[in-house]
Design a protein around this ligand. Structure first.
Ligand code: ADP
Length: 213
């Protein structure tokens, strides 16, 4: 997809509002000559952003616009959309983790070790499973029931929302810890955020709701 200039974007807005509209009318609205406008109109029609019909004029190509927005969505960086991770210590009890889950209104908690590095993932199902067989949830630490390193699927802030969506779908998980690798330390990650299926849905809505770009 080509990046539009300011003038091309103006033309697109005019056609969106007033199309079908002739080249002459667009030129008048922008106080330009038709000749000056011709190269921009050619680019917009060739790229498919605008359609032109003889004796009718230019009109807006809705499909291309939706495709542009979808592409924009998929290339957004995780960093711009990540939420705060909700964290518990590894020795936190399952009981306290359940309370935390409700208080923070999240579906997944992350366990960290004493250095603040990611140690585990505790999801709703992990907590439910632990609750079925155990009477004393106050005595049971989350470290016993969590999914731990190196089995945790992570994402880094510079990856895209498309990559995040794929990782969640292919691995059948609801969320991903956003992490930064610690230089020279294998499987040691600093936890900097979380991405959930809700994050992806929200980003999608935001971008599709934008007027045009
Ligand atoms: P829920 O339990 O609420 O359905 P998930 O589908 O995310 O939530 O979790 C299913 C299982 O996958 C749980 O055992 C959980 O510990 C594990 N899990 C969740 N997120 C991850 C992740 N990013 N990497 C590895 N395992 C995960």
């Amino acid at each position: 997809m080509i990046k539009l200039t300011k003038r091309q974007d103006e033309i697109l807005q005019i056609v969106k509002l007033s199309g079908p509209i002739t080249g002459k009318e667009i030129a008048e609205k922008l106080s330009l000559s038709r000749a000056a406008l011709r190269p921009d109109l050619a680019i917009l029609t060739m790229s498919g952003s605008l359609d032109a019909r003889p004796r009718v004029g230019y009109f807006f190509n809705e499909k291309i616009q939706v495709k542009r927005q979808a592409e924009k969505f998929l290339h957004q960086k995780v960093n711009a959309y990540k939420a705060l991770p909700i964290v518990v210590g590894k020795s936190t009890s399952v009981y306290d983790a359940i309370v935390q889950l409700f208080l923070e209104d999240v579906g997944t908690l992350y366990a960290v070790d004493a250095d603040g590095h990611l140690a585990g993932v505790i999801s709703r199902k992990d907590l439910l499973r632990a609750s079925l067989g155990n009477r004393n949830l106050n005595e049971l630490p989350v470290s016993v029931i969590m999914t731990r390193m190196p089995n945790i699927i992570t994402i880094n802030p510079e990856e895209t929302l498309l990559e995040a969506a794929k990782k969640m779908i292919y691995n059948h998980i609801d969320s991903l810890p956003v992490v930064k690798e610690m230089a020279g330390q294998i499987n040691t990650y600093l936890l900097v955020g979380r991405i959930t299926k809700t994050t992806i849905t929200r980003a999608y809505l935001e971008i599709m709701d934008e007027k045009s770009d």
